[in-house]
Design a protein around this ligand. Sequence first.
Ligand code: MGD
Ligand code: MGD
Ligand code: MO
Length: 727
Amino acid sequence: MAGVANTWGYGAMTNSMNDIRHSKLVFMLGSNAAEAHPVAMQHILYAKEVNNAPLIVVDPRFTKLAAKATDYVRIRPGTDTAFVMGLVNEIVTNGWHDKDFIRKRVAGFPEMCEIAKHYTPEVVEDITGIPASEVKRIAKLLATHRPGTVVWCMGATQHSIGSSNTRALCILQLVLGNMGVSGGGTNIFRGHDNVQGATDMCVLSHSLPAYYGIKDGSWKHWCRVWDVDYEWMKSRFHSKEYMNKKGFTLARWYQGVIQEDKISQYTPIKAVVFWGCASNSQSQYHKLKKALDKLDLVVIIDPFPTMTAAACEKDNVYLLPSSSQYETEGSVTSSSRQIQWRFKVVDPVHDSRDDYWIMGQMVKRFGFHDKFYKNIKKVPDDITRELCKGSLTIGYNGALPERIKKHTLHWETFDVDSLQAKGGPCDGEYYGLPWPCWTETHPGTPILYDISKPVAKGGLPFRARFGTEHTYWNGRKENLLAAPGVYNPGSQVKGGYPEFKDIVPGTNWKTDLSQKTIKVAISRGMAPFGNARARCVCWNFPDQVPVHREPLHSPRPDLIAKYPTYPDKKEQYRVYTRFKSEQKPELVKNFPYVLITGRMVEHMGGGAETRSNKYLAELAPKMYAEISTRLANNLGIRDGDMMWIESPEQGKVKVMARVTDRVDDKTIFMPFHFGGMFMGQDLSGNYPKGHEPYCIGEPANICTNYGYDIVTQIQGTKEGLCQVKKA
Ligand SMILES: Nc1nc2c(c(=O)[nH]1)N[C@H]1C(S)=C(S)[C@@H](COP(=O)(O)OP(=O)(O)OC[C@H]3O[C@@H](n4cnc5c(=O)[nH]c(N)nc54)[C@H](O)[C@@H]3O)O[C@H]1N2
Ligand SMILES: Nc1nc2c(c(=O)[nH]1)N[C@H]1C(S)=C(S)[C@@H](COP(=O)(O)OP(=O)(O)OC[C@H]3O[C@@H](n4cnc5c(=O)[nH]c(N)nc54)[C@H](O)[C@@H]3O)O[C@H]1N2
Ligand SMILES: [Mo]
């Protein structure tokens, strides 16, 4: 069957939640941490209160986080790249950039500046709606409060140019010299419990575990780890081509069934397994629903039936009740790259089984249990051990189950500010052995790219990953390794160096399973992955330097002409993806409002869990849309009235109006946690009897528009257009 990937998240934190306590400024773009990361808020508020750090919040909505900001910046959805490149330009123009850091540790700076200079404060104002004076003021705040941290979340990533947003934010931190230092960094607050672990272990269709790309060498590496024959593995695929071909993503798998966009696969998809995934989290839901009706088989492995069960009209669905996190154990990895052991609280209740058991049974019935489980004597410890053994790229190899458990059991011995244990059985180690944890005695890496510490004590330079030299479009050639004089204390080489290889002939630090290469590097005071410069120019991306491109569905036809989107992509993760052919300037006439979506603190994801909890359901029982006072009055809509929100692709939902000036007069916001309704129709009769959630509502994703990131194919659920009518 085709692989299906979850590409929601993007990246990992370079520092940690706790390290924000050292920040002199906190810049948050597209995050509503007050609702989505309420525990992390304590560190953000600490920086604000104790360090007097400005808290800058960039969001189209005045959110609960914005309410805590010292500086709230209202931005037009989908224009963050223009704003951030504008900040970069303003910083460089005024000479506020960290010249020493850039000279020694950054690549492609002059080329990046050539592009950034287009984004003058006036140009930024036109694109983003942020006054030019605000652009200048925020740039000055960033320059005068170092080190500052940059935090981003889904408001930055869920766009057709989401990957450009994330790169622009990295460039901002490089220009300010805020990388590799406590209080700085690029800190992506991630999503689910253990989503970092899930990404690290590859719930993705374009790589193998630990970011080993799907290539022959990686397959051979993992086959060695799993102790299975590579030739046998190859024989499991339709053809060699498919072994190394990216699969479908979670955002677009249903195209593999309905094929509205052309697919590049030898067969349509016939069956889907939802393993801890609620389908109403996917955009264009009315189209996904068509796929559910067409499939031969739908399997839901979840503690709850989810909206998927209610949406399936055919008798093609199997429910396998899985247990919850409290009824199982294993390792989980946090946003801050820290690993913890989760101990079991109770045995699985009712007739549920834990995910390991279900997985084991499936593998048995598919007939290859003997191959994959022969070295797994104890579940889950031996599974963790196997992942550690193979995941050398991100240094999971030192985080063995015994060490993780010891940390979790002694977490009171770790310091809240530094994350380091003071005395006790984990003395000197960092909590959760933040990856990379290179050896069985390595303390973990609390801050990535920090050259003030020896590598053996948690320091690291930037990784050498893209060769040692590059020639830019203007003909300039640059050495990509770090400048002389840049090295971690104790390094045998006093400057840049490439990655380690051929210590064991024919292998490198990523593929040497004896781990000798890594140990040799550390014993020389050096990083296994080399010591290079961080890139401002990514020659392997569609835009080498991030530039503004209008959202696919934009309210500004004039800017579509000036900043058009990409050409269509013929084969992106097995499906044709429309960009240019989808960007129609006239759309705004009939769909005049911008639609954005996001979270509320009371509910989680598709809401199957939280809407099945009567206390949370009581706190937030109703699906709604935020609409500004002026717009509501113009449309004759009063707070609490029902209204229809309609998408350009014939999706529509009937929801309650919440009249509020959190949103501006052109923007509608909907939370995406509801399900159980479909375009005005009540589906609660479709849930298994007794398993209806306590509250139901329309899925916002019926209205979220077509549109996907050019690199990751994340769905653009934070840009789009809609129409609003009183119901
Ligand atoms: N209570 C609760 N907590 C959660 C979750 C949950 O469902 N419920 N989900 C978890 C998961 S999986 C994730 S990924 C995280 C997500 O955490 P967040 O990304 O913080 O949550 P969202 O509300 O989706 O989006 C954040 C903000 O982005 C803004 N935004 C929309 N468009 C734009 C734009 O173009 N530019 C900018 N700058 N901002 C924009 C929205 O108005 C919103 O306030 O939360 C995690 N935590
Ligand atoms: N419009 C819009 N859509 C969005 C977003 C948005 O901001 N706007 N955000 C996107 C993002 S960032 C994300 S991450 C996705 C989230 O989308 P999903 O991952 O589909 O949403 P969740 O509800 O968190 O789904 C998790 C499911 O796992 C089940 N579950 C919980 N514990 C276990 C377990 O131990 N085992 C098993 N097998 N199942 C378990 C829960 O009951 C739930 O049904 O939504 C995306 N969709
Ligand atoms: Mo997420």
